[in-house]
Design a binder for this molecule. Sequence first.
Ligand SMILES: Nc1ncnc2c1ncn2[C@@H]1O[C@H](COP(=O)(O)OP(=O)(O)OP(=O)(O)O)[C@@H](O)[C@H]1O
Ligand SMILES: [Mg+2]
Length: 253
Amino acid sequence: MPDLQIEDLHVRFSGVVALNGVSMEIREGEIFSLVGPNGSGKTTLFNCVSGFVKPHHGTICYGGLDLLSQPPHRIIDAGISRTFQNLQNVPYMTILDNVLLGNHSRIDNWETVRRWLSRDQRESEEQAVLKVLDFLGLANYEQKYLSGQPYGIQKLVEVARSLVSRPKLVLIDEPAAGMNDQETMEIAKIITEIRDDLGITVLVVEHDMSLVMSISDRVCVLDSGNIVTVGNPDEVKEHPDVISAFLGEGAVA
Ligand SMILES: Nc1ncnc2c1ncn2[C@@H]1O[C@H](COP(=O)(O)OP(=O)(O)OP(=O)(O)O)[C@@H](O)[C@H]1O
Ligand SMILES: [Mg+2]
């Protein structure tokens, strides 16, 4: 499995500098967290890696593949998937169909006809979805409509969609946002299992510092599009700029 190399990324939106020369390497097999205040550029970095935003300058390589020259569906084909901070679920579809969407990185006419003709294909895709739902503790949810499900379940469906394409690297944007304590502990366990049991490298954006510090191999702190520091949780916790700007003394156990 390849590493993800990000070099000197610059992104501007009109007058706003979202990323100001950001470089980092996400190593195969690690849980790497991106933290920082609102508007510091975390989601923009996800959008660059997944092909939704083209930076003005910089490079992103994954196992020798130049991601910036690829459209989003090719990036998924290369083994990188993502969740969205604002859930991209379809409320009036079943959970099964919502997760199946993660397999359809590219729907063109031929692909649509092939899937329609091939019951085997549909069955094997459904089996893959059931496995992912089972892994996430959502066995027997497949025929339920998403509409009306608790927010915690909807967030897990978003994660399920990102896993069903069998990625090698998954980008998870704020998995614990809006979750209660119990759900946050559950999501911490799930992220660890995604890496340990499925062998998927995880890049996660999250504001819950206790969660970040408990699951991450390395943490990168962003502020106004600049990297403040990168290191293991203990190094980051003790970094003076991080303590003064983000944590406050004794904020993280
Ligand atoms: N599509 C866009 N058009 C204009 N400005 C944008 C766009 N996307 C992001 N920005 C701006 O770029 C900056 C970085 O935004 P980004 O969404 O990357 O922050 P973030 O770190 O993910 O914040 P949060 O923690 O609130 O999700 C912000 O000032 C934001 O308003
Ligand atoms: Mg964001």
